[in-house]
Design a protein around this ligand. Sequence first.
Ligand SMILES: [Zn+2]
Length: 353
Amino acid sequence: MGTQRLWAGLVLLASTLGALTAQASLYWNHGVRGSTPSVCFVGNALTARPARVQQVLDYIHDFERAANIRFNYLGTCPAPIVLSNGDDWHGGDIRVVIPGTSVPFTGMVPGNGCPMFLDGNGVYTGENNGWGSWSNPPDELTQNRACRYNLKLGDDADASGVPWRDHTLHEFGHALGLSHEHARDDVDYGLCTASGYGGGASSGHMTPYDRYSVMHYEFLSCGIHGNYGHAGLSTWDQLGLHILYPEPVRVAEMVGRTVIRTTEPLNLTSAWGARGATLSVVASGFSWKLSGITYSASSGFSTWLGAGTYPLQFSHSDFLGRTYSYSGTVKVLSPADYAKQIVTPVAARTLLL
Ligand SMILES: [Zn+2]
């Protein structure tokens, strides 16, 4: 098993050589997909292994509650279109191969013109002969359209034979643009000094290092189970994905009350920051305005205000060049008005209940 897991990492690395250097929440620096990526299974997976197919679909629902990702499930991957140059063109953005179907799980990736695991002379390197799982990153979708599959998912299972939820999430996490958490250059050497731990990605750190990420490998000697678990996406996995896949109308999310008394300060801050994001990496250009006047250019601010209603504008950018904004109002009331307008109506309604 240990060898197999190591091999998975090697294969993943091999599959991305020649592209950008690999960098959970660790952004891979390999782009993001559209918000409705299509998913399909190659060969006869749906009839040969219907329970496993359904399990994978159930597992990956975790992504849909964390972020603006809605998988477009196609069932069996469609037959390829043959292009004028003879190359295959496979529909389906995330084309999954699982063991025990009509498509061989090891060896050359099928597909006329598929460039994966070929050397400079077009000869298969043998690098896909293992059983380790891997996935292409988002930005290799086009270059590997000729390949029958671009995500290879093994059945790695717990002692009772149930395939690990987090192993499935790990491979789809790669497909959505996350990289190996344990490879970051800011891992916790107080926690672990095992071989293969740390020493890698120096950028893309969307959150602090997260030993609970599904994008983490298992380091049992350090008490880290990594992707060999059933806990699902960690809190910071969810946050990283939420940042990578925003809603189509990008709202600058904030935390704080906007109806306050004159006897308390207004306290507003970025919700990404409040959830633990590393804002120096993922966000920039913060702007907080009240009545058109800039109050802060940082991720949060606190200020005292006199009674009144203030138009609020909050905006920032993210590290992928997207902008976010929110417009609302801040209402500041004297304690007497606050009691009359806010407290009393609520109290009255409580009595009616
Ligand atoms: Zn991996």
